[in-house]
Design a binder for this molecule. Structure first.
Ligand SMILES: [Zn+2]
Length: 66
């Protein structure tokens, strides 16, 4: 399964406790998650390049600690 946000491999994180009703998937590269009952649509503006994830800033910025 491919992550809709960054294109990396995703895995099943959890399945419905009763029956086989739904699953939740998670990407271990960008941590995007989604349910099998929805069809995620990520517009191009919000897609991520896995190679650049490590360069992303922290928002909000962590203030200097004394
Ligand atoms: Zn991802």
């Amino acid at each position: 399964m491919e992550c809709p946000r960054c294109g990396s491999a995703a895995r099943v994180m959890v399945k419905s406790p009763v029956g086989d009703v739904w699953e939740v998937y998670v990407c271990e590269t960008c941590w995007y998650s989604w349910r099998s009952t929805e069809t995620p649509v990520i517009i191009d503006k919000f897609k991520l390049d896995p190679a650049k994830i490590g360069e992303l800033g922290v928002i909000p910025a962590v203030p200097p600690l004394d």
